[in-house]
Design a protein around this ligand. Structure first.
Ligand SMILES: [Zn+2]
Length: 421
């Protein structure tokens, strides 16, 4: 069967609406995927899991000295609130939060250039700050064109304690710093809630080695404000095309296809899958992930969290076939990394746009910057690789995560700083 990228593009348009973690729209997209799976002649099912998040009831920030102005803010989900009536406290801009920036911060609200990693987060807690502000967008953004990203406080940070955290437009932060804002009044009323998110799962049993599993993954959720076609409706339709291929060309090993929900809030779909399929995981030989594709302007990239010989194989295959792609041994912030962390080698295929050529995580992630032709490139490459691996006479990839990758994974999931405690 040949790839039909027009069909992929049509499905991409069908799921190209905002579908955030645990929302009704995410479930609607899941059901569209299940229908498409049925139309291929396979049976897909939903697996649900819980997503802890927050319901924000009130969130205000006002500069009260030396001038008065209220700014729009979005609190982090899963951080903590500030009681009714709010707090009024000193405001300090601490740049990148280097040690010299962290002096005399007790009880103060700080603005920081970056989202603190667990190490810096811990230092902020120890410095006794009242809360922190991170920025999104650029100093040039226009209010009606930039949305404030909804961030979620990760467990790797909150293991060190909870403090209020908010996100603001860089344009507003710039205004505050330029005008020497010195005191702010902040109020955040939030409630912890739990939503239900879903993974979509389908299996085609291998004709010769049914107990050897290669799994395909793509996350189908989006961030708020974004129709998430480039990230990652594209990967979702690409693996659907691969499912079609393996349905028509039965594989000798078992292939599993999983569309993950809630990837954007911390790989929660893949983590849930790994937790609930512990027995089955022993049979998993490799995870093949597709995350970000379809951009008209772009370049092909493969990230391999496995032994170096798999990097070399993909590189050689690409050259032999004439695929222009770059492959490297690395980890990638996607579901593949959760798999690699449990010891299953993983590979992610992507098509990255050059800066400004397509946009992730904003309202500008729209179908206009994508095409069927571009989807076809990544689909062809992923299919070529997958087919050779799934149907290999002797499975060539060792089920092992090399030491250098293990180090990267531990850093990503912050196991090092946990060990220090
Ligand atoms: Zn993504």
């Amino acid at each position: 069967m040949s790839i039909n990228s027009q069909r992929e593009f049509e499905l991409l348009k069908k799921i190209g609406f905002i579908r955030t973690s645990g929302s009704e729209e995410e479930l609607r997209a899941a059901n569209i995927l299940v229908e498409e799976i049925s139309s291929i002649g396979c049976t897909g099912h939903l697996e649900d899991f819980k997503v802890p998040t927050s319901k924000i009831k009130k969130a205000t920030l006002k500069v009260v000295e030396p001038y008065e102005k209220e700014y729009e803010i979005t609190p982090y989900n899963c951080s903590i609130g500030i009681p009714e009536g709010g707090i009024t406290t000193d405001f300090v801009y601490i740049e990148d939060g280097l040690d010299a920036n962290l002096v005399d911060l007790k009880g103060k609200f700080v603005l920081i250039n970056l989202r603190p990693d667990p190490k810096l987060y811990k230092k902020l807690i120890e410095a006794g700050i009242a809360g922190y502000i991170t920025m999104c967008g650029t100093a040039m953004d226009e209010e009606d064109k930039t949305d404030i990203a909804v961030a979620r406080m990760r467990e790797k940070n909150t293991q060190h304690g909870k403090i209020p955290a908010i996100n603001m437009r860089m344009k507003d932060c710039f205004h505050m710093v330029k005008n020497k804002a010195a005191k702010v009044k902040v109020e955040i009323i939030a409630e912890d809630i739990e939503l239900t998110s879903h993974n979509v799962v389908v299996t085609i049993e291998g004709s010769k080695y049914p107990d050897e599993i290669i799994s395909f993954g793509a996350h189908y959720d989006s961030v708020p404000f974004s129709t998430g076609v480039y990230d990652n409706g594209a990967g979702s339709v690409i693996i659907m095309e691969l499912l079609r291929h393996f349905k028509e060309n039965p594989p000798i090993r078992t292939v599993k296809f999983v569309w993950y929900g809630s990837e954007e809030v911390g790989l929660l779909g893949s983590k849930a899958y790994l937790q609930t399929h512990e027995e089955e995981l022993k049979k998993h030989l490799l995870m093949i992930n597709v995350d970000v594709a379809g951009s008209i302007l772009g370049r092909e990239k493969v990230l391999v969290t496995a032994e170096q010989s798999l990097v070399d194989y993909i590189d050689h295959m690409a050259k032999i076939k004439g695929f222009p792609l770059k492959v490297e041994q690395s980890i990638y912030s996607s579901d593949s990394t959760a798999f690699a962390d449990t010891g299953i080698p993983s590979v992610t295929f992507c098509r990255f746009a050059p800066q400004g050529g397509a946009f992730i995580h904003t309202r500008n992630d729209i179908i206009d910057f994508l095409s069927a032709e571009a989807l076809e490139i990544t689909t062809t490459i992923t299919k070529e690789f997958s087919e050779s691996i799934v149907n290999s006479v002797v499975f060539p990839v060792e089920r092992k995560i090399p030491d250098n990758m293990r180090k990267e994974l531990d850093k990503y999931f912050d196991k090092e700083s946990k060990k220090e405690d």
